[in-house]
Design a protein around this ligand. Structure first.
Ligand code: HPA
Length: 273
């Protein structure tokens, strides 16, 4: 059986053999945020199932494709369809594409997701620029053998989300009159949404929003020293007095409504780099 590092190299070589395109920016498109794809001048696409060692997406509303193209004048690689711990992948499997994107050449990673807001100042449909995270998943993608070629055994996480990109993101949001929030994203396994008591616990733990993704990918990116920027769409509220029944359909609906401002902000930020 191939070891992880050999698999990353094999997959990278496969992609490079099929297409000659060196991306500088990686993008993970989360729930209902696929609209950014329409802004990309697409040069190549590859379905996950054709790529050796790649996991295959199973969740409703997520198709699995790697997209290579130009966005805001930059060479980007976008993951259309991401992987979640609740689907049954290991942390190493679900973060594998981030490893490959780094080997292909990315220098920055952009991530979007949907989450439940636990900060009482938030409203449904708000965009939250993620300033930090709390890993409440019962695992870490860096468990097991460490490969010094990828990064250190004990990577620093004091700036998981790049401060300079956050500052630029704020300036762009203000210039474009896009309402934004800032806050800490707490990652849980799901797939069930939280009980009112669990939402309260997230708030008391220091979270502003809770979701089921992003943190594993950011940990792996930071392990490889890739600066990260992430935005979350607040699709529901886990705030006492405001908690109502939540469904995947509702999450997608709100995410789709917020897609336009999210797309604009990400595109402008990428162009400005
Ligand atoms: N909890 C966890 N994940 C989520 C939520 C939530 O309320 N909304 C969207 N993703």
């Amino acid at each position: 059986m191939l070891q992880m590092l050999e698999k990353i190299k094999e997959t990278t070589e496969f992609i490079q053999k099929n297409i000659s395109f060196k991306p500088e920016i990686g993008i993970i498109l989360g729930t209902g945020l696929g609209g950014l794809v329409n802004e990309i001048d697409i040069k190549h696409t590859m379905s996950y199932e054709t790529i050796p060692n790649f996991p295959i997406s199973t969740v409703e509303g997520h198709s699995g494709k790697l997209i290579f193209g130009i966005l805001g004048g930059k060479k980007v690689i976008a993951m259309q369809g991401r992987f979640h711990f609740y689907e049954g992948y290991t942390m190493q499997e679900l973060t594998f594409p981030v490893r490959v994107m780094k080997f292909l050449g990315i220098e920055r990673l952009f991530v979007s997701n949907a989450s439940g807001g636990v900060n009482p100042g938030f409203e449904i449909g708000d965009l939250m620029i993620i300033t930090d995270h709390i890993n409440l998943l019962p695992d870490n993608p860096l468990m097991g053998k460490n490969y010094p070629e990828l990064g250190p055994r004990f990577p620093d996480m004091s700036e998981a989300y790049d401060k300079a990109m956050i500052q630029k993101g704020i300036e762009i949001a203000e210039k474009l009159n896009i309402k934004y929030q800032m806050g800490v994203y707490a990652a849980v396994t799901g797939p069930c949404f939280e009980t009112p008591a669990e939402y309260l616990r997230m708030r008391n733990t220091g979270g502003d929003a809770v979701g089921m993704s992003t943190v594993p990918e950011v940990i792996v990116a930071r392990h490889m020293s890739v600066p990260c920027f992430a935005i979350s769409i607040i699709t529901d509220l886990g705030v006492p007095g405001k908690i109502v029944e939540v469904s995947h359909e509702e999450v997608i609906k709100v995410a789709n409504e917020a897609e336009k401002k999210m797309t604009l902000l990400m595109k402008e930020l990428i162009s400005s780099l």
